[in-house]
Structure formats: structure tokens, C-alpha cells
Design a protein around this ligand. Structure first.
Ligand code: PLP
Length: 425
């Protein structure tokens, strides 16, 4: 603890809030200062050993420091690490993405999920010549102006900035509908249909806890958008290679026009990608006029790590393994929380899950926001003291990896039983 507190004191002097991304500041009793990680574990600078169910918020599908990923990165480092030129490896990664992800076509590699959704939205606007986009309340698509928008008045759907610094005019071009509510989708398109370039949707909402789509909802969204001449963007930054090797589109039987990806396809290195219909993608520079560029686009180290991760994921069917682990974790949550008699609900889609305290059903962002945050924070802290690291916010998700063993799940079960009694009993 002494060493952590020393580093954190220095951090607070030079990093805003002592961190470089806000959610890290929420970890109780003080932010985690990590020294190293391997497999399912992280070790703090104080030697604290934790079973990590955050896994970088999703990218580490194979766990920390997977040997095949490490070897691919080491091999690339020997050959230099930045060329600003074409590499065969980036072509192979793009080939894999377009062959696995409907509607196929072409890809552009960028450096984060944020850049991927920013690029896809600009492309949709450039392609259609329309300015409005539709997103869903509670969905997260990264940290740029078009999507950092919350629901305004329920009647109007016009978005309002969810951060200072975003011009109201910019946010007003983003219309906000309610996830799992077909009527709200219908209404947005009826009011603004001819001006809407695209709808962007997380097929499983995974940034407000976890909210899977109701049966038929995604198909309804896609059909409604297309009826009005708008493109369908599936944001598979979380669901890509986690729900299925072919993503959520395969699981829910819906096809997008553009798919945004990130996380797993960089194997833990910064990455994003847009995959989509050839005819639309061709509007990106240099073939078309919609601008996107990046010094680090298709970064050789990221591509090496991403390709290795994707190859291993295919070979061992990683989505199947993490779905089974997530199912076991779900069971453990039921057992522990039923035991203390609190109201709760667990939502899971394949290998991603979250539980909410104090609410009996969560199908919309509004339901999720009613959950008991203070109780969750107490539970998170009680779990950390028992060697289990879960996300510090109930409105994030748990990400098991293929490195988590049955014993890790048992440790989670035992710790949660005790922690629930202590924090919620
Ligand atoms: N889209 C979704 C669905 C995400 O979950 C995230 C990040 O959590 C992003 C986009 C943004 O990705 P990044 O953090 O790589 O910019």
C-alpha cells in the first residue's frame, strides 16, 4: 500500500485526478497501481495479487501477456515498428476482418474505437449527404463530439451535449432513441427520416452495465433505418470476437452497412477499424473525399498482436470459452446475491456480463441508472480486499478471458459470497 500511495501522490500532481482515463479513479479504496500482469492476474506495486475480471475493459480476450501474442510482438520489434507504408500483415488482418464481418467489403484500420466510430459517422454523412445520426440512450461509442450526447426532452429526441465543450449545434445533430424500444426508434425516423445519415448501435449495450437486445429489436432498427435511406452502423468494439468470431451480427442474424471494431483486434494494443460495404467504404480518402488519416493507422506492433490474438481466438474458439466462464460467473452471482436476499439482476450476452443491485430488471439505460451505486461500490471494495478485481462502476461490464480457470471462478464465488454478506447483508 505504501508504494501505491507514493505513486498516487505523484500522479495527482501531474495527471488530472491522478489518472489518464476517468473510470480508473473510481477504484476503491484507492486507484490500482499495477506493476505487472499475466494470465488472469494482475499484481499491484505493493505485491497485491488480484484475479482480474476487467481485462482492459475487453481487449484481453486471451488474458494478460499471452505467449503467442508476446512472441508476435517481439518478432515485429526485431523488424522495426513503424514504417508509414503498407505491410503484408495489415493486409492479412483486413482480409480476416472483411471475410468474417458482414457485410464484408473493405476495411480501414485506425487507433481506437473512438476513431473508428468518428470515421464511420463521417463516412455515413459524406456518403448520404445527410447530417443527422441516431444513437441510443446509454450507448458509448467513444469520446468524440457526435456521440457524447444525451437524451434531451423525451418529445424531441434532439441530443444535448453530455460534456461541456461540445457545441449545442453539434449535439443537436445527434438524435437519441431508447434501446429496446421500437416505438422510440420509429418516432425518431418518422420525424427526421430524410435527414438521417445513419443509426449507430451497440448490438449489446456494454457501457451501461450489459443490456442485450430484445428479440427482433436490432432487425427492427436496421429495417427502419433502411426504409428511410439511412445506413446501419453496428459498433462491435466490445462484441467483435467476444460474442462470436463473426460478432453480434452473426448471433442476432442482422447485417450492418458499416461495422466499427476495436479492443480484441489489437490484442491489447491501441486499435480501431471500420469494416463495411465496398461501395460505401470507397468514399474514404484516398479513393473518395471523406477524410481519414493517421500516423499510426495499421501500426505494425498492433497488427502483429491483433493477428496473433485473432488466430488463437479462431483456433480455440475463444468466444465459446469466455461464454462458458461468463455463465459460471453468472451462476456464482445468483448464488451469492440470493443468499443475502437483496434485489438484483444479472445480464449476460455470451462472454460479457454485469449484475445490478437494487433493481429487478434492466432492459434500458433508464433501468440501469436506477441501480444502487453505493451498494455496488461497497461490494467492489470488499471484493478487492479478497483478491478479486471487478469494474468499479456498475455501469461497466465484467470481461472474463480464456485465461480464467475454473479455480478463478471458484475464487470469485467464494469471495463474492463473503463480500456480499459484508457489504450488503
Ligand atoms: N465503442 C464501444 C462500444 C466501446 O465500448 C468503446 C470503449 O469502451 C468505444 C467505442 C471507444 O473505444 P476506445 O476506448 O478504444 O476509444
Amino acid at each position: 500500500m505504501a508504494r501505491s500511495l507514493e505513486v498516487l501522490e505523484r500522479a495527482r500532481r501531474v495527471l488530472v485526478g491522478g489518472v489518464n482515463s476517468p473510470v480508473r479513479a473510481l477504484v476503491k479504496p484507492y486507484p490500482l497501481v499495477v506493476e505487472r500482469a499475466r494470465g488472469s492476474r494482475v499484481w499491484s506495486v505493493d505485491g497485491e495479487e488480484l484475479i482480474d475480471f476487467i481485462m482492459g475493459y475487453g481487449p484481453l480476450l486471451l488474458g494478460h501477456a499471452h505467449p503467442e501474442v508476446a512472441a508476435a510482438v517481439a518478432e515485429q520489434l526485431e523488424k522495426g515498428w513503424l514504417y508509414a507504408a503498407v505491410t503484408e500483415a495489415e493486409v492479412e488482418l483486413a482480409e480476416r476482418l472483411v471475410s468474417l464481418y458482414k457485410p464484408g467489403g473493405m476495411a480501414r484500420l485506425v487507433n481506437s474505437g473512438t476513431e473508428a466510430t468518428m470515421t464511420a459517422i463521417r463516412l455515413a454523412r459524406g456518403y448520404t449527404g445527410r447530417d443527422y445520426i441516431v444513437k441510443f440512450d446509454g450507448a458509448y461509442h467513444g469520446a468524440h463530439d457526435a456521440v457524447l450526447v444525451s437524451a434531451g426532452s423525451a418529445a424531441g429526441h434532439l441530443g444535448v451535449p453530455s460534456s461541456p465543450g461540445i457545441p449545442a449545434e453539434c449535439a443537436s445533430k445527434t438524435l437519441v432513441a431508447e434501446f429496446n424500444n421500437e416505438e422510440s426508434v420509429e418516432r425518431v425516423f418518422e420525424e427526421h427520416g430524410g435527414d438521417i445519415a445513419a443509426v449507430i448501435v451497440e448490438p449489446v449495450m456494454a457501457n451501461i452495465g450489459v443490456i442485450p437486445p430484445r428479440k427482433g429489436f436490432l432487425d427492427f432498427v436496421a429495417r427502419t433505418a433502411r426504409r428511410h435511406g439511412a445506413l446501419v452502423i453496428f459498433d462491435e468494439v466490445v462484441t467483435g470476437f467476444r460474442l462470436h468470431l463473426r460478432g453480434a451480427q452473426e448471433v442476432y442474424g442482422v447485417e450492418a452497412d458499416l461495422v466499427t471494431m476495436g479492443k480484441v483486434i489489437g490484442g491489447g494494443f491501441p486499435v480501431g477499424a471500420v469494416v463495411g460495404r465496398r461501395e460505401v467504404m470507397r468514399h474514404l480518402a484516398p479513393e473518395g473525399k471523406v477524410f481519414n488519416a493517421g500516423t499510426f493507422n495499421g501500426h505494425p506492433v498492433t497488427v502483429a498482436a491483433g493477428l496473433a490474438t485473432v488466430r488463437v481466438a479462431e483456433r480455440i474458439n475463444a468466444p465459446g470459452i469466455v461464454a462458458e466462464r461468463a455463465r459460471e460467473l453468472e451462476e456464482a452471482v445468483h448464488e451469492a446475491l440470493r443468499g443475502v436476499g437483496v434485489e438484483y439482476t444479472v445480464n449476460r450476452a455470451g462472454g460479457v456480463l454485469q449484475f445490478y443491485l437494487g433493481v429487478g430488471r434492466v432492459e434500458t439505460a433508464a433501468d440501469a441508472r436506477r441501480a444502487d451505486k453505493a451498494a455496488y461500490a461497497r461490494l467492489h471494495e470488499a471484493l478487492r480486499r479478497r483478491g478479486i478485481l471487478v469494474t468499479p462502476s456498475q455501469l461497466e461490464a465484467l470481461f472474463p478471458s480464456t485465461a480464467h480457470t475454473g479455480e478463478d471462478v471458484e475464487a470469485f464465488r467464494r469471495a463474492l459470497r463473503e463480500a456480499a454478506r459484508e457489504a450488503l447483508g
